[in-house]
Design a protein around this ligand. Sequence first.
Ligand SMILES: [Zn+2]
Ligand SMILES: [Zn+2]
Length: 230
Amino acid sequence: MVLIDLLFPKFCLGCRLPGTYLCPRCQKNLRQLKQGRCFYCQRDSLYGLTHPLCLKKFNVDGVTSLYSYNGFLKKIIKNFKYRLATKIAQDLFRAITPEAIDRLSFYKKLSAPIYFQPIPLSRKKLRERGFNQAFILAKFFMTYLNLPIADFLLRVKDTDPQSVQKNKRDRSINLRNAFVINQKTNFGLINNARIILVDDVITSGSTIREAAKVLRKAGALKIYALSLAG
Ligand SMILES: [Zn+2]
Ligand SMILES: [Zn+2]
């Protein structure tokens, strides 16, 4: 047992059983999303690709979420964001089944150049939190899809906590111009690239839309989004 386990004994985030953050019984509460859905019309779609008729300028080409964002996963993700992220991540990633991971196989078919782009935190927030949970998640996805992690985006605007906003429209106004291209980026890398945005949760999709718009304007060919929960 390492020191951190003595100082902060592990308890299941679902049922308080000691020894793990996700006990085998609670792992069953992770509800895998099997059928892909179009991000814009919410109807079934192979691999979660946006239907050609639903696709407009600067839109997202496809979205894959592995699990349903139910009460149980909400609790885990909240903890994953605010404390002991890497410890919780280990147990959480171990619980992700091969069937869920299989949803990523679509991305193996895409041709290069292709990158993961974790949704960035603002510099201030990154300093406060010490890590970006989307980056931790991208590193996990990297073990299945051996793609480079890009640093093309900067978050220049901190948004109010999304929970206090009432509706989808408020959320998207709140996120407007939240991202810019990182000045250090070589635009030649973005040009004609396929970029997979990575975030822990995709619900309203405002964040994804805003990030996709910025990258498409900078020349990206296709934008996909991949999340743990949706
Ligand atoms: Zn449990
Ligand atoms: Zn559609």
